[in-house]
Design a protein around this ligand. Sequence first.
Ligand SMILES: [Zn+2]
Length: 319
Amino acid sequence: MDRRHVLGAGIAGASMLTFSSVLSQSAPNPGAPTLPEPGFRKMTLGSIEVYAINDGALRRPLGDEFVRNAPLEQVKALLAAQNLPTDYVDIPFTPYLIVSGGTKFLIDTGFADNGPPTTGKLRANMAAAGHKPEEINHVILSHFHGDHINGLINKAGELVFPNATVHVPAPEFAFWMDDAKMNAAPPAAQGAFQNARRVLGKIPTNKLVRFEAGAEVAPGIQSVAAHGHTPGMCVFTVRSQGQSFMYTADVTNVPSLFARSPDWAVTFDMDPEMARQTRRRIFDQLVKDKMAMGGFHFPFPALGTLEASGGGYQFKAMA
Ligand SMILES: [Zn+2]
């Protein structure tokens, strides 16, 4: 595959998630994913609170296309070795809420009411954790795939977090807003560009802040370049009183596959080789530092640590 083809496949995969056409595939209906109850989990980090707050999940029939560079039989064998089902993969969607002093930061947003019925649970789960959308002061985005940004604007076209300033990685914004890049993308990939424009275009310009990869987005919240899954994706390290936590966004899709076998490429990785190098670099550091971590597609409680395991990594959820 040439690079452009790979890029197109990644974007097309992402817009499939966005528009839930996975549900209309001809494969037999694999049933509904199990959602966590309660749908939030809190950890304390120095004087800061970190919450994983689930927006729901999708159950995706497992086909040849999901892992691009491994035979389906090997993929199923790795799932079976972990006592996981082999006919489908449950992909959770989990934004993180950081409460620091009186200020509330939401990192990534889920779908709001724009996605399939097993998503859009963020508002209810946030309420159960004691937080309201109007109280969010800042939304920080890791990248512009639909499952991360669509929760900003509901179906009626309203701001879901009406008082929030929205912080976006500058290289991510530059890529998706570039008309030349959109026009050069294959037709199946155009939807993701249009979706990014539709959502970000509704944020008032005085409430949209672009940060450079590596910049401190807010006191105690540092962005880290993690390009590859998308051209400008960033992850975030949160620090307080000598303790730290990293939100790794889509450095891996489900860790049962792509942390355990980190050289495999999920269909959504737009530059698989860069994504692979980023995954190993960031995960090696997390293992070395024994840092608390989580990620958007991690199984609940979606807070824990990574350990080296075989040639890859294993997620250990907190007790
Ligand atoms: Zn993504």
